[in-house]
Design a binder for this molecule. Structure first.
Ligand SMILES: [Zn+2]
Ligand SMILES: [Zn+2]
Length: 271
């Protein structure tokens, strides 16, 4: 089901801004809500000093790398805000005039490369350092880069679904994979009038035949679809176990057991 042209607005030219609320603490086996973020890199949240302190030796090397790469990306972005395009032309703000065409214009390529590097570091740290915040930031950077460069010349579509799945955003991952897999070979990414990443709320449970896959060669997107379906299947199994009272933790509270005990209660009291 399509819902019109996607209206993502690129408002950030060098910094991704993840939603800072509801971020889980990166402390080992903590699971509490993160209350404060690293003031140097802003890529991790902890609930307390007790969780932050033991994680520091590992965070330290990433913290420095993330800061350096973010600084470099910001410097390159500043150049694109006032980019001289010719002898007579006034400098242009490419973030205002050229969204979608960043790779084809050559000038912004160094910026795209630097921002992609920052995204990769955040993703790596997110997995290694258990930082949900770093994964969210990595995803935002990747989505922004794809929006700035519609042809996705840097191949970020291979990273996005796996970040979305890591963050539990299964529906978004499915919509994203389906859009790319269904793409016609003659689709022109330079034509900004054409729909772009506009699938929303696609049926995760649909048959593979319904996908109309045109790009079978893209294993990372196919893997994304398979992972989403597997995750949904596991979630259904959990709900099933809950309803039937077979779940380890919530079995005793299951509606099925509850209704059974209600049904048998009068009988038992009579006995
Ligand atoms: Zn904690
Ligand atoms: Zn840091």
């Amino acid at each position: 089901m399509s819902s019109g042209v996607h209206v993502r607005v690129v408002t950030r030219d060098c910094n991704a801004v993840a939603t800072l609320s509801n971020i889980t603490c990166a402390g080992t086996d903590c699971g509490k809500l993160g209350r404060f973020s690293c003031r140097n890199c802003g890529a991790v949240k902890y609930c307390s000093i007790q969780c932050q302190k033991p994680a520091w030796p590992q965070h330290k090397k990433y913290c420095q790398a993330i800061q350096a790469q973010a600084r470099q990306t910001a410097e390159l972005a500043a150049e694109l805000h006032a980019c001289p395009l010719g002898w007579s032309a006034e400098p242009e703000d490419l973030f205002q005039t050229s969204v979608g065409h960043f790779w084809g214009m050559l000038h912004p390529r160094d910026y795209c490369r630097a921002r992609r590097k920052l995204m990769s570091t955040l993703r790596e740290y997110g997995h290694e350092g258990n930082s949900q915040l770093a994964l969210k930031l990595a995803l935002e950077h990747a989505l922004d880069l794809i929006w700035l460069t519609r042809g996705d010349n840097q191949g970020l579509r291979h990273d996005v679904p796996h970040l979305q799945i890591s963050l539990g955003r299964l529906r978004e991952a499915y919509d994203f994979c389906k859009w790319w897999l269904n793409l016609d070979a003659d689709y022109d990414p330079d034509d900004l009038e054409l729909p772009y990443l506009d699938l929303r709320g696609e049926d995760v449970a649909e048959e593979l035949d319904n996908l109309h896959i045109k790009e079978w060669g893209c294993t990372s997107l196919l893997l994304g679809v398979a992972l989403v379906k597997l995750c949904v299947m596991m979630q259904i199994k959990q709900v099933e176990a809950f309803v039937l009272g077979l779940h380890d933790r919530v079995g005793a509270d299951s509606p099925k057991l509850h209704s059974l005990s209600m049904a048998y209660a009068p009988w038992q009291t009579r006995g």
